[in-house]
Write a protein that binds this ligand. Structure first.
Ligand code: SF4
Ligand code: SF4
Length: 364
């Protein structure tokens, strides 16, 4: 609660420097859904938020854009996820948060798809390995059928840096439990998945940047010498050392690049995807809001489940910015790809490397 009080005090005396930055208040035109409004409401409602306060707390994708413009680097998503936990305790949680926690209890993740079956299907196409450098595909990629994981494994192999597939206990990092206001369930989930990875250092490579940051910042610490990173960071390092970039001409196309919020702000990674794009395509176009100032696609923070119309409006705004680039959009997070109708950079790399989609895509 001290954190919340400190954050609220900072907001109270601030001339709302981040006011314009929030995709939720931008899409809804509601002052109450600005970072200032939501933090103030969290402070005012304390341990007993009502239903309308809980709905306001739902209005955050965790995009961190407000933090970019906050002189105090106020961590607004952390405040609002704690406020959601207060809503859960007060019995005013949104149905979407309750469903998320229930699904975790029964399936170990929050998706309706049988992720274990998808994981086994991806795994069946792979040679068994004892490598401690593993792809943690994550729930969003597996819920989409696993093709992105297959493509990532194929690209990593082609670049001379093969990845193992993290075991079937590692389906989901658990972040959605934090977003649903169930931090204790998250800790239990993260501890169990972390233990299932076995003793000794491990290098985990994620398709979803938000998962990588959750594991870095919220999981129990991994053994010393471990590394946690996004697939673009991993592949750009492989590309730089493999010599393939010099040999292969780029694809003769232009693309519009969307930085996922959790990649550019959460992981401070803006270089690796651009290095990969520079090798793979002839021209990269950037939308008006780009890099660390990237604008959210609306697909995180459980927004598509809690406030789907708001999530859809945010996606529409961002799609318009990408459409203005007059080139097909590309990004590097399965949730962003889905919200924006964009290709994932990993798939673009597979095309560039000449990996026929029939070699890694599951027949439909
Ligand atoms: S999050 Fe930072 S910039 Fe935004 S209102 Fe609060 S103190 Fe001001
Ligand atoms: S993290 Fe993003 S969605 Fe959440 S309050 Fe800040 S700007 Fe708005």
């Amino acid at each position: 609660m001290n954190d919340l009080r400190r954050a609220a005090e900072l907001c109270e005396f601030c001339p709302k420097m981040c006011r314009f930055s929030c995709p939720v208040s931008e899409a809804t035109f509601r002052e109450a859904l600005s970072p200032w409004g939501k933090v103030s409401l969290a402070a005012l409602s304390g341990d007993a938020p009502g239903s309308s306060a809980s709905e306001a707390f739902a209005g955050c994708t965790g995009c961190l854009r407000c933090q970019q413009y906050c002189a105090h680097a106020n961590d607004v998503p952390r405040v609002l996820y704690a406020a959601r936990a207060s809503s859960v305790r007060a019995g005013t949680a949104l149905a979407a948060w309750t469903r998320t926690a229930e699904r975790f209890r029964s399936a170990g993740h929050a998706e309706e798809v049988d992720l274990l079956a998808v994981h086994r299907d991806v795994s069946a196409g792979e040679t068994a390995t004892s490598s401690r450098t593993m792809l943690f595909a994550g729930c969003d990629a597996l819920a989409q059928g696993g093709d992105l994981a297959r493509a990532a494994l194929a690209v990593a192999r082609e670049l001379g840096a093969p990845l193992g597939l993290a075991g079937e206990t590692a389906l989901c990092c658990g972040l959605k439990l934090v977003e649903a206001g169930h931090p204790d369930d998250f800790t239990a989930h993260a501890t169990a998945v972390r233990a299932s990875l076995g003793p000794g250092p491990v290098n985990l490579v994620f398709l979803t940047p938000g998962c990588a940051r959750a594991v870095r910042e919220k999981w129990p610490p991994l053994p010393a010498g471990s590394r946690v990173e996004h697939i673009t960071t991993y592949l750009s390092r492989a590309l730089a050392t493999g010599g393939i970039a010099a040999e292969r001409p780029p694809l003769p196309i232009s693309v519009a690049w969307h930085d996922p919020c959790e990649l550019s702000r959460g992981l401070a990674e803006v270089t690796a995807p651009r290095a990969l794009l520079a090798a793979a395509v002839e021209e990269v176009r950037e939308p008006i809001r780009t890099g660390v100032d990237t604008s959210c696609c609306g697909a995180a923070g459980l927004l598509p489940r809690s406030l789907p119309e708001v999530a859809a409006s945010i996606a529409t705004l961002r799609r318009a910015e990408l459409t203005a680039c007059a080139a097909p959009p590309v990004t590097a997070s399965p949730a962003c790809s889905s919200a924006l109708g964009a290709e994932d950079l990993v798939v673009l790399l597979a095309d560039w490397l000449g990996l026929s989609r029939t070699t890694w895509r599951r027949p439909s």
